[in-house]
Write a protein that binds this ligand. Structure first.
Ligand SMILES: Nc1ncnc2c1ncn2[C@@H]1O[C@H](COP(=O)(O)OP(=O)(O)O)[C@@H](O)[C@H]1O
Ligand SMILES: [Mg+2]
Length: 288
């Protein structure tokens, strides 16, 4: 009998993470897999010892990349691959890779490393960025979810305050896609196939994230949206991906981001598609 661990972050108090893990647990058990739900800290990353018990595979819903790598080093099949989790976990790193594949995305500039105790305010660097992207623009931290670390910068004052504040942090400057204000599309992909998609729309915020007030509905994807979502997941190597698409000029799709551990509850409620079933079926095919 196959066995698996489903790993989620144990320090987060929101029920969302446990719920996501339980959706996967249900799907795996239904497929006849013996499941153990684990918080990341339930596994001791003890470098003097390898893991005693090895499940057939691990579904890794956390961003504890070092734990994912530790399990992979022990010879366990980890989904997504730890390298993919790492790439997606840092938006700057992710955009760097998306750019290599040439997928359409908003113009993006990766902020330079600035040590927090120092400043490059008078170097002329920030003026170059302002000139290149104009205002309003988006500033987006490397690590962030649910729209919480994405900022709409409308004035030079906000721009300089934010760049000052973010010294020591990985982040990017990005063109604000005004045609997509408050709306985007989430596409869930499993093993290169589109499994479900939803349209997200907010009346109250430029961000369409549901956690941020966005409302989701069913959507029929255009061919261009389908093709781009698949290309984006492939560009970062994600077997499981939640791809966010923006609406550019003439509704041309642009990649907003690829999530390696996309939440699947909302899309289940909206579309009736349980992405977890597809994820487990994919893993079982891979391991067969
Ligand atoms: N360049 C952009 N132009 C317009 N809207 C954007 C842009 N980038 C992000 N957004 C909006 O902000 C939301 C959150 O951004 P995203 O990059 O997906 O970060 P998160 O990981 O927090 O979801 C997106 O769903 C979208 O609605
Ligand atoms: Mg997003």
């Amino acid at each position: 009998m196959l066995s698996c661990w489903i790993i989620y972050n144990g320090s987060l108090t929101s029920d969302k993470f446990k719920d996501q893990a339980e959706l996967l647990q249900g799907a795996a058990e239904q497929a006849g897999v013996q499941v153990e739900l684990k918080r990341n800290y339930d596994v001791l990353i003890d470098l003097a010892n390898t893991v005693e018990y090895r499940p057939s595979f691990v579904v890794f819903l956390d961003k504890d990349i070092l734990l994912a790598q530790y399990l992979k080093n022990a010879g366990i099949a980890v989904f997504n691959d730890p390298d993919v989790i790492e790439t997606c976990d840092n938006k700057a790193k992710q955009y760097l890779q998306l750019a290599v594949s040439g997928v359409p995305m908003p113009e993006t500039i990766i902020a330079p490393k600035v040590y927090p105790a120092f400043t490059i305010r008078d170097s002329g660097y920030y003026e170059r960025v302002l000139q290149r992207l104009g205002l309003p623009m988006i500033i987006k931290e490397g690590h962030g979810s649910f729209g919480m670390k994405v900022y709409l910068i409308e004035t030079e004052q906000q721009f300089y305050d934010k760049t000052d504040e973010l010294r020591g942090v990985d982040y990017v400057f990005q063109k604000f896609i005004a045609t997509s204000r408050g709306r985007d599309i989430r596409v869930n992909i499993v093993g290169g196939d589109i499994v479900a998609a939803m349209y997200r729309h907010s009346e109250t915020d430029f961000r369409a994230n549901i956690t941020n007030g966005g409302v989701a509905s069913k959507v029929e994807l255009t061919d261009a949206q389908r093709a781009l979502a698949i290309r984006a997941a492939e560009a970062v190597g994600a077997e499981f991906a939640g791809v966010d698409l923006l609406f550019g000029e003439n509704e041309e799709p642009l990649v907003c981001e690829v999530n390696a551990a996309a939440h699947i509850r909302n899309i289940y409620n909206i579309t009736g598609v349980n992405v977890a079933d597809a994820m487990i079926a994919y893993i079982l095919r891979r391991l067969a």
